[in-house]
Design a protein around this ligand. Structure first.
Ligand code: SF4
Length: 242
């Protein structure tokens, strides 16, 4: 199926793991279609073209922000020099960067990447068991996503003034609950992959990693008790849309 506006699933890309190579919904995803339109895979200058895509996206977002501010009667220049805006930024950073789950997720990425540098020393022989490679690939793919998504989950629970928004936590279909749900999925897939690789001889190395992920998961579940009820467009309603 080729992408078209008629078969597009609105907002599907907001609650996915961004692993497009493995996604069943590429033909229904606007973000994927846009990235394909730039044809980065066949580009002679993929890095330059990718930066161009990012620059265009930022320019588009900036234009939307300016339009939106004008509609709401907000003078952006004035707002940027307003001490109240500084305070909102500070509050937002504090609430989204200081929770223990965010810190642990950051540590997970930074410390685990060293372990992943030499998997041959602890992961077993992939020629004997190809599932070892699959487990390593999953862990590697999600390594930085865990930190990014945990941070996004906490950020999504805030209102425009940097305070926690109870509606975001209570409404099962809120953006925050959707973000927390895909974050939990990514963490669970990572835990399962680590658990597959674990054995008696590497337990000393892998157990702290697995424990850290389990703690992050528990903290996230406590913060977002309704997250699993969120229905992700496409992924959680396959029968309705296929
Ligand atoms: S929904 Fe699928 S195709 Fe679209 S960005 Fe997410 S993983 Fe990629």
């Amino acid at each position: 199926m080729l992408y078209s506006d008629e078969n597009r699933i609105e907002g599907i890309y907001n609650f996915c793991d961004r692993w497009c190579e493995r996604c069943d919904f590429t033909a229904r995803c606007e973000v994927y279609a846009r990235e394909q339109a730039y044809n980065l895979e066949d580009s002679l200058d993929p890095m330059g073209d990718a930066l161009q895509v990012v620059a265009e996206s930022f320019a588009e977002a900036k234009a939307m922000l300016i339009d939106h501010a004008e509609e709401m009667g907000i003078d952006l220049d004035e707002a940027m020099n307003d001490p109240e805006v500084d305070e909102i930024i500070r509050r937002t950073r504090e609430a989204s960067e200081s929770p223990p789950a965010v810190e642990l997720a950051k540590q997970y990425a930074l410390e685990t990447r060293h372990i992943l540098e030499k998997p041959e020393e602890w992961a077993g022989d992939p020629e004997e068991d190809p599932k070892i490679l699959e487990a390593l690939e999953v862990i590697q793919y999600y390594l930085f996503s865990v930190a990014v998504k945990v941070h996004s989950s906490y950020h999504a629970a805030l209102d425009f003034e940097g305070y926690e928004d109870p509606e975001e936590l209570n409404n099962t279909q809120s953006y925050a609950n959707g973000t927390a749900k895909i974050t939990l999925i990514i963490i669970e897939r990572s835990i399962s992959s680590w658990a597959y690789l674990r054995n008696e001889s590497n337990a000393e190395i892998l157990d702290p990693v697995i424990d850290r992920l389990k703690t992050i998961k528990q903290l996230l579940e406590e913060k977002y008790p309704n997250a699993r009820e969120f229905i992700r467009p496409g992924f959680d309603e396959i029968e309705m849309v296929m």
